[in-house]
Design a protein around this ligand. Structure first.
Ligand SMILES: [Zn+2]
Length: 395
């Protein structure tokens, strides 16, 4: 009789997910965490299909995505060596331990175009297993002849398919259905296939980098719920908020996107009122997902920017990730090296010794009317997060 160590649970891959509204300092924090031994910075990885595989934008290492050796190897491990954009027949996770755990069947949103993947009613839906532990569907010829296909996804897909699904699922408007688990069998199957692909990329990233903690700063709460569907991941959600007025001011500024090399492109700009609205529902959305992750933590950008070294140290302890040396040369200056971070604020391209200081330009440069409008629209949450309502009281 072989030894049976029933008390030894398979170790899960930790993912630190930075959530919130963009321009909250999440990209810089992602880069800093990626400097820690045992961590890897993925950036806003939910955009990898569109910006990496399809648009071939620059990786942080300076090479276009499809020429980056790191991501090439990750894709080979995840999908069996197909070229990005080619039909990818999803393969098993090799010798990686997969731990499909019993749980409620997860159902996706009413996405409106379920015809894309709609098929005969799937009797496996009710089995309550995670996507990677499900049996093949009889209608799927790809799986039917696949040896040892117990952990295989359903049918050939490609980056275009994944991008289109991401546009439907990884959005705040999908959150109610994702949380309520109320959708059709076809939408449920689409979510499982998509989560499977996202999971493969995460496990392959960990294998190639050797990291035990991946940092994903995609920000969107819905994408965190996709990650929560991947067996074998342990999700730590850091909900990073920033003063709504600072966020609104930042979204009105013009910033070039250095990762776009074919012509010039700029970060999206929008009005202060539009940002105020997004700030409310994106932050509320982040609070709603706390029950679906391993650990959830609310933190403020301003606390990170004022005491970055202390903030990062607290974060490492919260993740229970040992005692790696922190990449700071003093309390507020960080040393950043080369990385393979995908997508995010242009700050992700900075290397060398970077002084971190709070960006409070909005206090003096933001039009008074915008300050008042954003304060009026967002005051309940501003108070909840501990921000003073009168901007002049801030620092
Ligand atoms: Zn790279």
């Amino acid at each position: 009789m072989g030894q049976c160590r029933v008390n030894e649970k398979p170790k899960k891959l930790k993912v630190l997910y930075i959530a919130g509204l963009g321009r909250n300092g999440g990209t810089l924090l992602d880069r800093i965490m990626g400097e820690l031994d045992g961590f890897f910075s993925m950036g806003e990885f939910k955009f990898v299909w569109q910006k990496g595989m399809l648009a071939n934008e620059l990786c942080n290492c300076g090479k276009p995505f499809r020429e980056c050796s790191f991501w090439t190897e990750v894709q080979e491990r995840a999908f069996g060596g197909r070229e990005p954009g080619d039909p990818v027949q999803a393969a098993g996770h090799g010798d990686r331990e997969q731990t499909a755990e019993p749980g409620d069947p997860v159902q996706a949103a009413e996405h409106g175009d379920e015809q894309q993947t709609a098929g005969p009613s799937d009797p496996v839906q009710a089995d309550g297993l995670g996507a990677l532990g499900r049996a093949a569907e009889p209608v799927d010829p790809v799986q039917a002849d696949a040896p040892g296909a117990a952990g295989r996804a359903a049918e050939p897909i490609n980056a275009t398919w994944a991008f289109e699904v991401s546009e439907r699922i990884d959005r705040t408007r999908s959150l109610p259905s994702l949380l309520a688990r109320s959708s059709s069998a076809a939408a449920d199957r689409e979510l499982r296939r998509y989560a499977d692909l996202v999971g493969r990329l995460h496990f392959a990233t960990a294998e190639v980098s050797g990291a035990g903690v991946l940092v994903n700063s995609s920000k969107f709460a819905a994408h965190a719920l996709v990650l929560a569907e991947v067996p074998g991941l342990e999700l730590y959600v850091l909900h990073l908020v920033r003063d709504s007025r600072a966020a609104a001011f930042s979204w009105t500024k013009t910033k070039r996107k250095p990762e776009v090399v074919t012509g010039e492109a700029f970060l999206k700009r929008q009005s202060a009122a539009a940002t105020a609205s997004q700030w409310i529902y994106r932050n509320l959305a982040c609070a709603l997902i706390r029950g679906r992750c391993h650990k959830y933590k609310l933190a403020r950008y301003e606390d990170f920017a004022e005491r970055p070294r202390e903030f990062v140290g607290d974060l490492v302890r919260w993740i229970d990730a040992g005692e790696p040396e922190l990449p700071f040369v003093d309390e507020s200056t960080v040393r950043l090296g080369e990385s393979h971070t995908q997508s995010g604020n242009p700050v992700r391209f900075e290397v060398g010794e970077i002084p971190i200081r709070i960006d409070d330009e909005w206090q003096t440069a933001m039009p008074t009317a915008d300050k008042r409008l954003v304060t009026w629209l967002t005051w309940p949450l501003l108070m909840r997060y501990g921000y003073p309502l009168r901007p002049t009281e801030q620092r």
